[in-house]
Design a protein around this ligand. Structure first.
Ligand code: GDD
Ligand code: MN
Length: 372
């Protein structure tokens, strides 16, 4: 495998030399069938980091410097590095690696072995057995890291992963190539959460490998002030993107519920209870069909031009709603026997029936009516 260790730098003149030296030392323990290179992407550091990298380039044969004209954020730097590694250096694996000494090079051979044995992504994890946080990190920073991870795993439904914000990881490029790297939601640190999640969604095999993360000894952290907000934005944007259909079906169902209650209450004292319920249900069914067709499932929608298909779709939709209709009728009829007739009881029972029927509806919509 061709493995490229990508190191983004911004003002790391006191750290970059020892970081490169440490990595070169660790490379000696890696089987010679693997080829290793270091790619430093420097955002025009005013402290002269690039000049030190150039010296290292002369000392070792496998160091590449990729200078960036300006500082656009950690995510932007990594995306540029990944593309360069894939296109110009034909990388099979890219590593993300900090320049400040926080990531220890001794883990590289073990992490490469994990990839060699079949993992697609290896995560240097502080939260699996054997991993740890820097002992001298302030409570504030520790809490942020725990909290950030908790929110990400909870909202993204990925509790099986323990460290979604770690900066130390290796990824097989055949997976990265399947992603739209130019349009990630963040150009800053939060790109890490999205990348982790997208790789998971693609079905990559992700293995967390325990690391001890140590605090930087020199220089200042570039952890952005707005990182919490930015990370939350990324996490919720991803959830929204991937739950769009479910959310839309819920909104449409909510509108349908209002339509149904409106008609039910207009009719309930004028005609029989059952008839008013079922007429109201049909109004809701029509509202749901129209809104789902033009909004939720608009990519697969039935057209007015193909009136026959539209009618078949509508009839199918009605038949499939039968399950929910039966549930609703049963709830109302049995409920009335128990509670007697009153505005409150009837409306409460109609609502209960709708909620119970909802689960049925969602399954039917996605599995039968708008099935691709
Ligand atoms: N090129 C470039 N551009 N490099 C940057 C930029 C940037 O805008 N911002 C930071 N870096 C480089 C730093 O020079 C360092 O090599 C590395 O990225 C990490 O930056 P730090 O400032 O040391 O980050 P940190 O220690 O606060 O955060 C670490 O832990 C986080 C998890 O708790 C990093 O590993 C993060 O990636 C990780 O999310
Ligand atoms: Mn750091």
């Amino acid at each position: 495998m061709k493995v490229i260790i990508c190191i983004p730098t911004y003002n790391e003149k006191d750290n970059i030399a020892s970081t490169i030296d440490g990595l070169e030392e660790s490379f000696k323990k890696i089987p010679p069938r693997h080829q290793l290179q270091i790619l430093v992407i420097d955002d025009h550091s005013p402290d002269g980091t690039a000049a030190i990298v150039s010296e290292k380039k002369a000392q070792y044969g496998n160091v590449v410097l990729l200078p960036n004209k300006e500082k656009k954020g950690l995510g932007a730097a990594y995306i540029k590095a990944f593309k360069y590694a894939m296109e110009k250096l034909s990388a099979d694996v890219v590593f993300e690696y900090d320049a400040d000494g926080s990531h220890q090079p001794q883990y590289i051979p073990g992490m490469i072995k994990v990839l060699d044995e079949g993992a697609d992504v290896v995560i240097g994890s502080r939260y699996v057995q054997g991993g740890s946080m820097p002992a001298d990190w302030g409570l504030h920073r520790k809490f942020l890291s725990y909290f950030g991870n908790f929110i990400a795993r909870f909202v993204l439904f990925t509790p099986q992963y323990k460290d979604m914000t770690t900066g130390y990881r290796g990824t097989k490029t055949k997976w990265l190539k399947q992603l739209d790297l130019d349009n990630l939601f963040s150009k800053q640190f939060a790109y890490k959460i999205q990348l982790y999640y997208e790789l998971h969604r693609l079905g990559a095999k992700i293995v967390e490998y325990p690391i001890t993360f140590i605090d930087r000894s020199q220089g200042k952290s570039k952890f952005p002030r707005n990182n919490i907000i930015d990370s939350l934005k990324v996490v919720f944007k991803l959830r929204l993107r991937d739950s769009q259909k479910l959310i839309k079906v819920m909104v449409v169902g909510g509108i349908g519920t209002l339509v149904q209650l409106l008609f039910f209450n207009l009719l309930r004292l004028k005609i029989s209870l059952s008839l008013s319920q079922n007429l109201a249900i049909e109004m809701a069914v029509i509202s749901n069909f129209i809104l789902n067709n033009i909004w939720t499932f608009k990519e697969d929608k039935f057209n007015l031009k193909e009136i026959k298909k539209l009618l078949v779709g509508f009839i199918k939709f009605n038949i499939l709603s039968l399950g929910s209709i039966i549930i609703q009728n049963l709830v109302l009829l049995l409920g009335i026997k128990l509670l007697g007739r009153s505005f409150l009881a009837e409306n409460g029972l109609v609502l209960t029936g709708i909620l119970l029927g909802l689960i049925w509806n969602y399954l039917m919509y996605t599995r039968v009516v708008w099935k691709k």
